[in-house]
Design a binder for this molecule. Structure first.
Ligand SMILES: [Zn+2]
Length: 330
């Protein structure tokens, strides 16, 4: 099954650029050995400590040269893991000698100059929930400007960052939607019923994590009625202790109730995982067979922010792969 999960053409919809940097990339970018080993020996930490770890990657990508290399390496690693469609997300930021515009331009350049075959890459730009309303609005305006120049590449806006801090400003996301951007919002990573209700009522195109929705009957009823795809990041949640184990992960509720979800790595570098491993975890935890794993991948195409044409192409290639690789175990 390891080989099957590796070979399966996969769709990655929730991957943060900086959190996805591998040990090799960090080394290549000049990170010190002891900060890398601290970064990769993570087994179980709280969410707070996980956010502290991102600093290592942020230091590594604090100039355009390193950021370019980092982006290309992440694409290469996903391609080698047989991810055929990748939505990479990142929060534009400025550093000494690098403006927010430089940051976005560099990531775009790295994606456009992608040398790896068989992987289609799109960009989601993130708003950091720790930033003020004014700052988030300013970032959104910047994102809209770039989206208008690169509509094939920049497909959506995300809200991310420490879930214990900051706010979801609905009007900012309304504006994103009005400007043709899709929305993927980190939601219910921690228990925060009032905010979750607010986010659900906005009806984003996708939700990240959705850990504490089914725990509240009112929210759960509302969610099921809306039927919004959730990006499930199993290893991330197990390591950050918001899920007790793979077997007890809330994705079980989604499987049981036939609700829409995809599997995602979140931060494959920080959590030392790959999308193939996430498929293997769900195979073991939920006893899913090859066809059921393939179906998760196939359905994720629908939830993606790809164009209708791109979705058709992806569906066609997955169907072709299925005929070749899955014997009728329906
Ligand atoms: Zn995330």
């Amino acid at each position: 099954m390891d080989l099957f999960c590796h070979k399966l053409p996969k769709i990655e919809l929730h991957a943060h650029l900086n959190g996805s940097l591998s040990k090799l990339t960090l080394k290549q970018l000049g990170c010190l050995e002891n900060s890398i080993s601290q970064y990769q020996s993570v087994k179980a930490i709280g969410l707070k400590d996980a956010f502290a770890l991102f600093k290592v990657a942020h230091e590594a990508t604090s100039n355009t040269k390193n950021l370019y290399i980092a982006t290309q390496n992440v694409i290469e690693e996903f391609a080698k893991d047989n991810v055929v469609y990748l939505e990479l997300r990142t929060t534009p930021r400025s550093e000494e000698g690098m403006s927010e515009d430089d940051y976005i331009e560099t990531v775009i350049k790295a994606i456009r100059e992608n040398r790896f075959d068989g992987i289609l890459v799109k960009l989601i730009l993130s708003l950091d929930r720790r930033r003020s309303r004014e700052e988030q609005t300013e970032t959104l305006d910047r994102i809209i400007r770039f989206k208008n120049s690169f509509p094939d590449l920049i497909r959506g806006v995300d809200l991310s960052g420490d879930p214990a801090k900051g706010d979801f400003f609905r009007d900012i996301f309304e504006k994103a939607r009005e400007n043709g951007l899709k929305t993927a919002i980190h939601c219910a990573e921690i228990q925060n019923d009032a905010e979750v209700k607010n986010i659900l009522e906005f009806k984003p195109d996708r939700l990240g994590h959705g850990t504490f929705i089914h725990t509240n009957p009112e929210l759960w009823a509302l969610y099921k009625q809306l039927n919004i795809p959730v990006e499930c990041c199993l290893t991330s949640n197990v390591i950050c202790l918001t899920a007790n184990s793979y077997a007890e992960h809330h994705v079980q509720e989604w499987i049981k109730e036939k609700l829409p979800f995809c599997l995602a790595t979140d931060d494959k570098g920080v959590f030392n995982t790959s999308l193939s491993e996430e498929f293997l975890h769900i195979h073991k935890a939920s006893k899913l067979n090859e066809l059921e794993l393939w179906t998760i991948s196939y359905k994720s195409i629908e939830y993606s922010f790809a164009s209708a044409e791109e979705k058709n192409f992806l569906r066609f290639s997955l169907e072709k792969w299925k005929i070749k690789n899955i014997k009728d175990n329906e």
